[in-house]
Design a protein around this ligand. Structure first.
Ligand SMILES: O=P(O)(O)OC[C@H]1O[C@@H](O)[C@H](O)[C@@H](O)[C@@H]1O
Length: 302
């Protein structure tokens, strides 16, 4: 689900360019393999659409589906220095309110920060984009983001390197806002039997009974590293991940945040590759951690 203003910028793009959207610098790609938009605020993917869905000829048969893309992004984000709700926010160096002193901003400082483009490697089959923050966000840890988009998949990596002297606890998330026909049509397959903490019930513990059907507000941390399928009745999106034993599933249902217009508030579901209080990473000096998410369409010919 792409805002009209971003759609217009992409339609006016041939190949690669930088533009301004909602006061942020954005990298835009409109190529034979598909479309990609990335905000330099937060190194945040805002939009991805594969070529077969856009009806382009890449050798792959075209498939039905919304031409809106796989991600949802609000058309009315907070003004700067506020953040953009949607796409794939990078939550780092902590998830939710798990900052070391408990007082840091929700989901860390990376998504608000300015990032720089370190390199773009574009080929006929797709593009690889490398980003790092323009300022130091942590005393000991340094993040990098790599985004790879091609005709059939979107892959995002968050790499954390430890350049300091003492072990550091890291929590993080790739907080994907996935575009869906309606939240209440969604089924998330692959969590059967998984233990979860229910944030809406004061982190009470439970186990997933049957496949997860979304029918109301949800804020859960599942202890799971399994690949999932999100089926919204119109497409089956496969969500795989690396370096993560927490899967967060979130939608506020009717309690929509102020930056989310009511008419599109049920057009997303967050399914997040995360490291949370369930599986914090203890990084030692010299070590690095890779958190990654890979989206493909299960119902698209490979
Ligand atoms: O509004 P934010 O800061 O983007 O957070 C949205 C949600 O993100 C989810 O990851 C959390 O589990 C929720 O508790 C939170 O409300």
């Amino acid at each position: 689900m792409i805002p009209d203003s971003l759609r217009q910028l992409l339609d006016a793009t041939q190949g690669q360019r930088e533009a301004e959207w909602q006061g942020r610098r954005v990298l835009l790609f409109n190529a034979d393999w598909g479309e990609l938009a990335v905000s330099l605020q937060g190194a945040q993917v805002l939009h991805y659409l594969s070529a077969p869905e856009a009806g382009r000829t890449t050798g792959a048969p075209s498939v039905s589906g919304t031409e809106d893309g796989w991600l949802w992004v609000t058309p009315t984000p907070q003004t700067l220095p506020g953040t953009i709700r949607g796409g794939i926010p990078v939550c780092w160096p902590w998830f939710a309110d798990e900052s070391p002193d408990g007082r840091g901003p929700m989901h860390g400082t990376a998504r608000q920060a300015e990032w720089r483009l370190d390199g773009v490697d574009e080929e006929d089959e797709g593009v690889e984009v490398h980003l790092s923050p323009t300022t130091r966000l942590d005393e000991q840890l340094a993040p990098r983001v790599m985004i790879h988009a091609s005709a059939r998949r979107l892959h995002v990596e968050l790499i954390t390197e430890h350049h300091g002297e003492t072990p550091v606890k890291l929590t993080a998330a790739l907080h994907s806002y996935l575009s869906v026909s309606h939240t209440h049509q969604c089924r998330v397959e692959g969590l059967v039997g998984a233990r979860y903490l229910d944030k809406r019930q004061d982190f009470s513990e439970a186990h997933q009974q049957g496949e997860l059907g979304v029918r109301g507000p949800l804020d859960r941390i599942y202890e799971s590293n399994r690949p999932l399928v999100l089926d919204d009745g119109t497409r089956r999106l496969k969500i795989a991940k690396q370096g993560s034993d927490s899967t967060v599933v979130w939608h506020p249902d009717a309690e929509l945040p102020g930056d989310t217009p009511a008419d599109i508030g049920h057009r997303f579901l967050c399914v997040e590759a995360a490291c949370t209080r369930v599986d914090p990473v203890w990084l030692v000096p010299g070590a690095q951690h890779l958190l990654a998410t890979t989206l493909t369409r299960e119902d698209m010919p490979q």
